[in-house]
Structures are given as structure tokens and as C-alpha cells.
Unconditional design. Sequence first.
Length: 178
Amino acid sequence: MAIAKPQTAPQVGDQPGPDKVYGLMGVVRGQTPKVGQEPSEMAFTWPHLVIREAFAFAILFAVLTIISIYVDAPLEEMADPALTPNPAKAPWYFLGLQELLYYMHPLLAGIIVPGVAIGALVVLPYLDKNPSSRPRDRKLAITVFLTGVFVTAVLTVIGTLFRGPNWGWTLPWVHGIF
């Protein structure tokens, strides 16, 4: 069985035929492109990385299985459609939005503010065109990200811990968590 060797770069006027084989290095002009390592210094993804990831998954799965066997989920009593709990809280991932709804008009807090936030995230790559990946060079992107995370976290913590009956302020160390 004959192995086809890569040919030289195609010349002007060459007609590629079904029997011609070109290697990638034959088509690139100039020196051989290198990414920084020789092929002998690189490790293949299969099986090295895949085996490590499978091992990490197996350990995580075993730990979560053991925890779920010994620790019960904090479930409440059966739901009663005739009795609404006080306070009626959204799931934790919507508590920040529910807290925002308490302070603002529903149209503003439920549609305009989230819409402006998503629009700002869409526009952000066009405003911050810095190609650097170093954090000290990406001040605008990091500031916008940390501001969003901080505001969301504060609103969620307030809605989770500091809101009690009738959506009033409570202290969790005094009255408990509702």
C-alpha cells in the first residue's frame, strides 16, 4: 500500500486532480506556522484529558451520591392551594427581581431594567474592543461584570434572608429565615 506524500505548493495554472494530495504546510506560504510547541511536546486530548475528566466525574458522582443518601433535602409540607404562604417568595434565582419589583414600578423593574441590562451586555463587546486578556487591561469589562454580580447578589440575599411576613424587614438571627 503506497502512502501519498504531500506535494509542493500549487503553482499558478496547476489543475488539481483527484490524485494530487496537498498537506496544509504545502499551501501556506513562508515559514512553517508554529503555535509555540513542537508536535513532540504536545499531548493528545484522547486518552489523557478524557481519562482525567472521566475520573473527576466519577469522584464527583460518588460524593454527590453519598451526600444524597445521608442528607435529606429540606422539603416543606405538601402544597395547599387554599392557603398561600406568607411571604410568597420566588425561587432564589428570581428573588433579586422580586426585590427589585418591591422598589420600582412593575413595568420598570420587570421589563425595562432587565431589558436595558441585557442590551448593555450585548453592546459591551463593541464598546470595549481591547484584545488583551490580562485583567488590568480590561477595566471596563471587569467593572460592568462585577457591578452586575454585586447588585444581583445583594438583591438576592436581601430577598432570601431579610424579608419576612408581608414582605417586611426581618433579622434572620432574631426571627429566623422565612
